[in-house]
Design a protein around this ligand. Structure first.
Ligand code: NAP
Length: 245
């Protein structure tokens, strides 16, 4: 039996496509009142139409403190907060070529964006509500070329247990996805993407890459299970096992 979120309010930060859009749909289908946020009203409106349930939309840039503060000053109290945004594949490069500016942008677009949003959200979050962050299997999968993104996602993963201890009874968890077919990969030309995904899939115990809906189910599980906190839940097709970890 799936958990009901009827009468509960959920904000999904970074939901104009991909994992956030899928999570927003999953919460809305389970009865939640959902607000989706991103940088473009046009893209959010398009996502709301695809979601097919009534959801509110809010334009904000998570790298801008004023924009984040303005959103949380206005938003109605929340039961659950989900943060599904990043600066994409910036910082994914062979280490010898990794530009410091790109690594800083990756930290800004993910680590600082997540922590800024969570801090601003605290006054609006139900005391025993939930927060779900999205990290990445790169934090532990030891993939060549991913040292920058491993540092970014590892930093965020390591913040989860102390946040859960400090902010209790608010629950704080993360989902750590492996490769998921979303616009995150839009920097790879479409012609090359299928071959790239096929190559990655071959190295995974499950033999395929993931779907945004699968990560969305992990997110709603963490938000809906009141006995789970301080956890990083892998939803990665065994990506960290494939490297022997
Ligand atoms: N896809 C994968 O293979 C994969 C694997 C591991 C981890 N992840 C992680 O999963 C999370 C979601 O990724 P995804 O695959 O769903 O990517 P996506 O399809 O590119 O979605 C990212 C979402 O974040 C929003 N966003 C980006 N920067 C923002 C900002 N500064 N302020 C507000 N919104 C912003 C985007 O909307 P706008 O552009 O309209 O603002 C979009 O809705 C990310 O943290 C990513 O690192 C993804």
């Amino acid at each position: 039996m799936s958990v009901s979120f009827a009468g509960q309010r959920v904000a999904v930060m970074g939901a104009s496509h991909g994992i956030g859009e899928a999570a927003a749909r999953e919460f809305a289908e389970a009865g939640a009142q959902v607000i989706i946020a991103g940088r473009s009203k046009e893209r959010l409106d398009a996502a709301a139409a695809r979601i097919g349930h009534p959801v509110a939309v809010a334009e904000l840039d998570a790298t801008d403190s004023d924009s984040v503060a303005a959103f949380f000053a206005e938003v109605e109290p929340l039961d659950h907060l989900v943060i599904t945004l990043s600066s994409g594949a910036i910082g994914l490069a062979p280490f010898a070529e990794l530009a410091e500016a790109d690594l800083r942008a990756a930290f800004d677009g993910k680590v600082f964006a997540h922590l800024r949003i969570l801090q601003a959200a605290l006054p609006k979050l139900r005391r025993d509500g939930s927060v779900t962050l999205i990290t990445a299997a790169s934090a532990r999968a030891a993939l060549p070329g991913s040292a920058g993104l491993a540092a970014v996602n590892g930093a965020l993963e390591s913040a989860v247990p102390p946040l859960a201890a400090e902010l209790a009874p608010l629950r704080v968890n993360a989902v750590s996805p492996g490769v998921i077919d979303t616009a995150w990969w839009s920097g790879v030309p479409e012609a090359d993407r299928a071959a790239l995904f096929e190559g990655i899939a071959k190295g995974l115990p499950v033999g395929r890459i993931g779907r945004p809906e699968e990560v969305a189910r992990a997110i709603t599980y963490l938000a809906g299970n009141g006995f789970v906190t301080g956890t990083v839940l892998d939803c990665a097709g065994g990506a960290t096992l494939a490297s022997g970890r």
